[in-house]
Design a protein around this ligand. Structure first.
Ligand code: KIV
Length: 279
């Protein structure tokens, strides 16, 4: 049995040079499997808008939706640290909104920390949430909530000016009290530079191998997807195909009268068997 992962565990891991492994989860059973596989941090990401709720992007996701899914993940009582994403417009309008919404994620959702996107201009927001005793993860680079501002999902920090700005953003987030920063969709050289320039861990997604840890969307790495996967995703399984094969076999067997067989049926005479059947 491993110990509960806290924000301090994550900071110690960076100090020891131990890689930090993170994955998203949005429901109870997935969180249990992910946790029992040894992941250090579970993110209830706003990517749930795309992979669970069928939206085009993360922008429509609401506080209620994140809280609903975060509650399910928290019920798995994971040893991994649970991070809840702050959805679009839950922290952008005012510091007060941000603190109240971060508080709801912890109080109602059972999150142990929150993540929000953006650089230096979010310093007051981050400071206020940290003052409310809620650990904060920052998120820089290709931040999906800025999709329309970027004009699409484009790798960020490719020129020296925008790279320098991201290095300054990372320093500002560390000073504001973030205990980790997600770096998404930036060149690996820049991710290395940022990782070496801050003392808190960086968690990469599409940011190369030199970050303190990595994160992926669990559906992507398991091969459950309906659109082409980005270059940075490694598919560790093809569960989408496995599900399709299993469901097709079920359809075939029911149509052909081959399921259920007698081994899946109750027998009025076979009381002992009924009792062990569980239902
Ligand atoms: O919402 C999400 O899943 C994320 C990760 C991809 C970092 O923010």
């Amino acid at each position: 049995m491993r110990d509960k992962v806290t924000k301090n565990t994550i900071l110690d891991m960076k100090a020891r040079g131990e890689k930090i492994v993170s994955l998203t989860s949005y429901d109870y059973l997935c969180a249990k499997i992910v946790d029992e596989s040894g992941v250090d941090m579970i993110l209830v990401g706003d990517s749930l808008g795309m992979v669970v709720l069928g939206f085009e992007n993360t922008l429509p996701v609401t506080m209620e939706e994140i809280i609903h899914h975060c509650k399910a993940v928290a019920r798995a009582r994971p040893k991994a640290l649970v991070i809840a994403d702050m959805p679009f417009m839950s922290y952008q309008a005012s510091v007060e909104d941000a603190v109240r919404n971060a508080g709801r994620l912890v109080k109602e959702g059972g999150a142990e920390s929150v993540k929000l996107e953006g650089g230096q201009r979010y310093v007051p927001v981050i400071e206020a949430i940290v003052h409310a005793s809620i650990p904060v993860v920052g998120h820089l680079g290709l931040t999906p909530q800025s999709l329309h501002q970027f004009g699409g999902y484009r790798v960020q920090g490719k020129d020296s000016r925008s790279a320098d700005l991201l290095v300054e953003d990372a320093a500002a987030l560390e000073r504001a009290g973030c205990f980790a920063i997600v770096l998404e969709g930036i060149p690996w050289q820049l991710a290395k530079r940022i990782t070496e320039s801050v003392s808190i861990p960086t968690i990469g997604i599409g940011a190369g191998p030199h970050c303190s840890g990595q994160i992926l969307v669990v559906h992507d790495m398991l091969g459950i997807h309906d659109r082409p996967l980005p270059r940075f995703v490694k598919k560790y399984a093809d569960l989408g195909l496995a599900m399709q094969n299993a469901v097709s076999a079920y359809v075939r067997e029911v149509k052909e009268g081959r399921f259920p067989g007698m081994e899946h049926s109750y027998d009025a005479e076979g009381r002992k068997k009924d009792r062990t059947a569980g239902k």
